[in-house]
Design a protein around this ligand. Structure first.
Ligand code: PLP
Length: 358
């Protein structure tokens, strides 16, 4: 299938094949990794290797912890304010759409929030200019959504927040391009788009930020609990962490994050070009300067035509091109593991569809 699902999303075929080979008998142990104790040496290796590869591929400095947690990125919407908000110091947010909105909603239940910038008046069809983002000096942190999966918008660069820690939800674009981790206090991402299957969430956090979480916080929701126990405080989602490790090895084998970035740019250009050269038959949802390289959102003249597009695309082997149910329209998610060939096929299908219906 040409898999353009938004998440869970395509995984590299080589990774799936490798997992298949190792599925029943992991490393000659006579059992599956899924059947193994998370305290075993073999699992500890899996856990440590996945962490080490994350560090290597993103250039994560030594004063940051890499955690593998459960509960999805949605649990981080709550855990971040629980751990990082301080009395009398609001959490600031960049409101850019559905996912930022959910993060704000959870934080409001924990303490005071302020909106540092919002693109709501533009229907969230763009990311704010960096100059639009006003962060109060006393903010506990500034939270932004690196890539809005539903709207199809993405930050091209990140604000310099000085002494205020920058927190980024990179669920839908982590490892799609190089980043300077030093710019961030905390980065988090659910695995099920660019990193592996669902079930594990990666948190990269500067050590000093998790040293003073409120004493009243339940043990399980404290970052320092998981940091001290090397993400083995309780039973981890071991198979998901193993799969993340395989995906990270695959990224390394592709030449690392810079190569992936180039590959992704080539992939999405094929599709955006068809949109831009269609004379208005296809209309990109995001403003050009904010276009996502991961989730390409577009519309057509009528919902009937969009429905026909989805139906015919499915008949030709395309999966997941229907837009999110909250916003409608069409969306192609072109995460790291989506091959160039799928994007070529989609660009061709779009051009042919226009010829038939334009
Ligand atoms: N943040 C972003 C940007 C997302 O795209 C998603 C899921 O699609 C989430 C958060 C929520 O992730 P989860 O389902 O892992 O809680």
């Amino acid at each position: 299938a040409y898999n353009f699902n938004a998440g869970p999303a395509a995984l590299p075929l080589e990774v799936l094949q490798q997992a298949q080979e190792q599925f029943v008998d992991y490393q000659g142990a006579g059992m599956s990794l899924m059947e193994m104790s998370h305290r075993s040496n073999l699992y500890e290796q899996v856990n440590n290797e996945a962490q080490a590869l994350m560090r290597e591929l993103l250039g994560i400095p030594d004063n940051y912890k890499v955690l593998f947690l459960q509960g999805g990125a949605s649990q981080q919407f709550a855990m971040i304010p629980m751990n990082l908000m301080r009395e009398g110091r609001p959490a600031a947010f960049v409101q850019t759409g559905a996912w930022a909105g959910k993060a704000i909603k959870e934080a409001k239940l924990i303490g005071e929030t302020v909106i540092a910038a919002s693109t709501e008046s533009d229907n969230f069809n763009r990311m704010p200019e960096l100059s639009e983002i006003q962060v109060p000096d006393n903010a506990s942190y500034l939270h932004l959504t690196s890539n809005e999966t539903i709207g199809g918008t993405q930050f091209a660069e990140y604000p310099d927040t000085g002494a205020v820690p920058l927190v980024a939800d990179m669920s839908s674009d982590i490892l799609s391009r190089p980043i300077d981790v030093n710019q961030f206090g905390l980065i988090y991402a659910g695995a099920q788009k660019n990193l592996g299957p669902s079930g594990v969430t990666v948190v990269i956090v500067r050590e000093d930020l998790i040293a003073e979480s409120p004493k009243s916080l339940p043990v399980i929701f404290r970052y320092d609990t998981h940091a001290k126990q090397n993400s083995l405080y309780n039973t981890p989602p071991s198979f998901s962490v193993y799969m993340v490790g395989l995906v990270l090895k695959w990224i390394k084998s592709q030449g690392g994050v810079s190569q992936i970035q180039q590959y992704n740019a080539n992939k999405t250009k094929l599709i955006y070009d068809v949109i831009d050269q269609s004379g208005g038959f296809y209309k990109g949802v995001a403003q050009p300067g904010s276009r996502s390289v991961m989730n390409l959102t577009f519309r057509m003249q009528s919902e009937e035509l969009e429905k026909l597009f989805v139906k015919q695309s499915e008949q030709e082997g395309f999966v997941g091109l229907k837009g999110h149910r909250d916003v409608g329209g069409l969306r192609a998610s072109t995460y790291n593991a989506v091959p160039l060939e799928s994007c070529q096929a989609l660009a061709q299908f779009m051009a042919d569809f226009q010829k038939r219906n334009g």
